[in-house]
Design a protein around this ligand. Structure first.
Ligand code: ARG
Length: 464
């Protein structure tokens, strides 16, 4: 029997000469996929336990391999492990080291297994962990927003459409819109778990295996829900990668929209917020500057997260069944998207904790742009039974009048209003009050103060 030569590649008895240096560098993924080491070792341990339980390998060999794998885990954690591009990826780096530590018996580990099922098992385990971590960070975001909302139930601001003043709202209601966005993100991450809970281990290279393996055992031990159904699909499927990248893209898009919003609010033109020193930077030439770089970076990174999603989709679009090496880059896309997203959420959390809302300017801005016009029209409908279109036209005339006279709606006298709507008495004046307007929006999901308080309580219960 020919011996596996120490430190040679696994296929050195078939491919006799070494790869060119350029190709070795190009083909190796070790500096990316070494992040899977923990998952790789745990999955290998469960695999070897299963092989022993099924009497495919002996107890002695199993114990030796487990001992060797533990030693390797320790070496990697302690940064004493020498990763080598010669051994291509994390799987073969670990296998090679196992040979160095326990000798020929290391060769039993790859019985009834291929790197094709090994890599996706590791990867699904890793993404499950990443999913949890992102959800944890989003929970923090939601908590920060909730505590800010509680403080700003009675802070009045203009709600915008087209970035033009539209109708008065409570700042808390605005902030709670972000909570909805992040709650949907959380749900999307959780939904992705269903495919991440299907166990790929045991499908082999592509067709399954003739050994009497127990896939239910590895499923249970690795906390999957069930084994995957089709070996060919299993080794070629990267839908779970796309799912994560899409979900990360959506979440990043939400953070980016908030970032953009806050950048606008922080501008001198709006001046609705100011940011604490912790999250702004200065200029190298303009001494007065306090730039919201933190938010701009968040907005910028969203592009590269989308890029990862599109890269993965593009890799997949030309691949027949089943495994191809093109797939190796999937890790790069996920790790990059995960890192960027996690950092963006963390920085957004910092920003949210370090915002001062400029209540006075919000109120001043809300008083511009005739934002209680709809309230006036609604009053005509409710009190005088106008068709809404007629009320709308009458309100438009009132706004035109105000514009001509350079007055706010709230500055009109009842006599001026009567020139347009003779039937009205001074009870109508209350509709121009911003607080009244806000509190009148009692429909479910609307901005009334009562609604907001109920919503805050509901979210608080959900997040516990
Ligand atoms: N590093 C490889 C990857 O991530 C592992 C699978 C290799 N399989 C193969 N048939 N060459 O895709």
């Amino acid at each position: 029997m020919s011996k596996v030569k120490k430190n040679k590649s696994v296929w050195s008895s078939r491919i006799l000469n070494e790869n060119s240096n350029n190709f070795k560098k190009f083909g190796s993924s070790i500096y990316i996929d070494r992040r899977l080491f923990k998952e790789d070792i745990s999955a290998s341990m469960v695999h070897i336990e299963m092989l022993c339980k099924q009497k495919i390998i002996s107890l002695k060999v199993k114990n030796k391999i487990i001992w060797g794998l533990k030693k390797i885990l320790n070496e990697i954690v302690k940064k004493k492990f020498n990763f080598d591009i010669k051994h291509e990826d994390i799987h073969m780096n670990i296998e090679n080291r196992l040979f160095e530590i326990i000798g020929e018996d290391a060769g039993y580990l790859h019985t009834a297994r291929s790197r094709n099922d090994q890599v996706i098992t590791d990867f699904k385990l890793w993404i499950r962990k990443a999913n949890k971590e992102i959800i944890k960070n989003l929970d923090t975001t939601i908590k920060i927003i909730l505590s800010s909302s509680e403080k700003h139930i009675y802070t009045i601001m203009p709600g915008f459409t087209h970035l033009k003043n539209a109708q008065p709202i409570s700042l808390a209601h605005y902030l709670l819109a972000y909570v909805e966005m992040f709650s949907r993100d959380k749900k999307r991450f959780l939904r992705n778990l269903s495919s991440l809970l299907e166990n790929p281990l045991g499908v082999g290279a592509l067709s399954g295996t003739s050994y009497n393996i127990d896939r239910n055992y590895t499923t249970k031990k690795l906390k999957f829900d069930s084994p995957t159904n089709n070996s060919i699909d299993t080794v070629s499927d990267r839908d779970f990668v796309v799912d994560f990248l899409y979900t990360a893209s959506m979440c990043s898009m939400h953070i980016s929209r908030i970032a953009e919003e806050l950048i606008i609010w922080n501008s001198e033109g709006f001046n609705l917020i100011s940011l604490n020193d912790k999250v702004v930077t200065g200029s190298s030439i303009m001494p007065q500057k306090r730039n919201p770089d933190s938010l701009e970076l968040i907005r910028g990174k969203t592009g590269s997260i989308y890029g990862n999603l599109f890269s993965m989709l593009t890799v997949l679009k030309g691949l027949p069944l089943s495994y191809f090496k093109d797939l190796q880059d999937d890790k790069k896309f996920i790790f990059d998207a995960y890192d960027q997203l996690k950092n963006s959420i963390m920085v957004m959390n910092e920003v949210l904790k370090n915002i001062l809302f400029n209540k006075k300017n919000m109120q001043i801005l809300a008083e511009k742009g005739f934002i209680t016009s709809t309230d006036f029209a609604d009053y005509l409908v409710k009190v005088h039974n106008y068709p809404f279109r007629k009320a709308y036209q009458s309100t438009a005339s009132l706004v035109n009048y105000c514009e001509k006279k350079n007055k706010k709606l709230s500055e009109l006298t009842i006599n001026e209003i009567r020139k347009i709507e003779p039937k009205l008495n001074d009870k109508v004046l209350k509709v121009f009050n911003l607080k009244n307007s806000i509190d009148s929006k009692k429909s479910y999901g609307g901005t009334s103060f009562g609604n907001i308080k109920k919503m805050i309580n509901k979210y608080k219960k959900e997040i516990k």
